[in-house]
Design a protein around this ligand. Structure first.
Ligand SMILES: C[S@@+](CC[C@H](N)C(=O)[O-])C[C@H]1O[C@@H](n2cnc3c(N)ncnc32)[C@H](O)[C@@H]1O
Length: 362
């Protein structure tokens, strides 16, 4: 759907935070894949909803951030870097081409080692077909699918990406379109969820939080079914309470760790907090400089209560934090140290280490 209003537009606060996360992740992704002793022969960075590359206050858009990360981080001149940008608004396509010309007047790599395309059309019509034309399959692809939140993409594309070598997706999900327009949305909306209409049960739920949670759970299930082994999703909330979800899918533990690091380092100047959608009290994780550990405390307690009565090793809880929450493994011992004096847990040793066993107190 072309932009409903002028191009470019003003950057929302959570867009600033989202870009900060993209930037930090790309500054890790490009060098991990392309520098070092065993670089990939080629990689593809692809956006299905590229935007104009600039905002009204001249902040760069995601395509420019990606190109800058490549320029800043990749020291190996040999691998082929492919970049594809699709948008269905002709004004965005024109402006994005202009932004690349202005911001990168010198071609960052040779013609043979940087294959670069900006294409007008819908993500459904163009992204997969251009990935074919550019011979991207068989080498890593990072697909950034930053729609207005309605995720108009095919399930087949997700399946192909999940099955492709070292490929990952970063998807922006807005729950509002699905909550508000459930009765008006047709089969296109089911396709977003891989053809499964369970998301429509949202109309039976009463609280806003339960509705959001339901859509997110259905979407996570969709990405898992498509073949992504590890998922990370979190909600970015700006000072006006407006939120969006970023959902990341990968088949590599390292990808998950690096995305989590990128999210936790996001610059607090954006005034945006993030939440773990699984926390029943929906507490924001950082508005202050210190991360709020109470939500992780609740998640750990639930995990302990549903686990064996003999307790769990801290290493198991660290893995749980990595794979099942937005927290990092490093947050676990710190959190347990807060729970113990509250009488909520006990442990087999006074000094908590990765091999200690902890139990929820009855
Ligand atoms: C949220 S903006 C993208 C912003 C950009 N990724 C950034 O961070 O700078 C969404 C873009 O998707 C485009 N768009 C909307 N529906 C589309 C579709 N079905 N296929 C391709 N582009 C679409 C719009 O024109 C708009 O530029």
């Amino acid at each position: 759907m072309p932009v409903n209003g002028p191009v470019p537009w003003k950057r929302a606060d959570h867009t600033g935070a989202k870009h900060d996360i993209y930037r930090r992740y790309l500054k890790r992704w490009f060098p991990i894949l392309l520098n070092g002793s065993k670089p990939y022969r080629s990689v593809m960075y692809a956006e299905g909803f590229a935007g104009p590359g600039v905002y009204v206050d001249d902040h760069p858009g995601s395509p420019i951030i990606a190109m800058q990360a490549l320029v800043d981080e990749v020291t190996n001149p040999k691998p082929v870097v492919k970049m594809l940008f699709v948008d269905d608004d002709s004004r965005c396509v024109e402006m994005l081409n202009e932004q690349f010309r202005v911001r990168f007047p010198v071609r960052p790599r040779t013609h043979d080692t940087l294959l670069f395309k900006v294409t007008e059309g819908t993500c459904i019509d163009k992204l997969e077909s251009e990935l074919n034309v550019m011979r991207a399959w068989g080498q890593p692809i990072l697909a950034v699918l930053d729609s207005w939140g309605n995720v108009p993409i095919t399930y087949r594309l997700l399946e192909r990406l999940a099955a492709n070598l070292s490929s990952e997706v970063i998807i922006t999900l807005g729950t509002q379109p699905f909550i508000r327009f459930v009765s008006k949305m047709g089969s296109d909306a089911d396709e977003v969820f891989g053809g499964d209409p369970t998301w429509r049960e949202v109309s039976n739920l009463t609280s806003g939080a339960a509705k959001r949670q339901h859509i997110l759970t259905c979407y996570r299930r969709t990405l898992s079914r498509a073949g992504f082994k590890f998922l990370l999703d979190f909600e970015l909330i700006d000072t006006r309470g407006e939120s969006l979800y970023l959902v990341f899918g990968t088949n590599h533990r390292r990808g998950l760790e690096k995305m989590k690091d990128s999210a936790w380092e996001v610059d607090r100047v954006y005034g945006v907090g993030f939440r773990d959608p699984r926390d029943e009290q929906a507490e924001t994780l950082f508005e202050l400089t210190e991360p709020a550990l109470a939500p992780l405390g609740r998640l750990l307690l639930n995990r302990l209560k549903t686990g064996p009565a003999t307790g769990l090793r801290i290493e198991t809880l660290r893995e749980f934090a990595l794979f099942e929450t937005v927290y990092r493994p490093e947050h676990v011992i710190k959190t347990l140290r807060e729970l113990r004096p509250q009488g909520l847990i006990d442990s087999d040793s006074q000094h908590l280490t990765r091999s200690s066993i902890v139990r929820a107190k009855p």
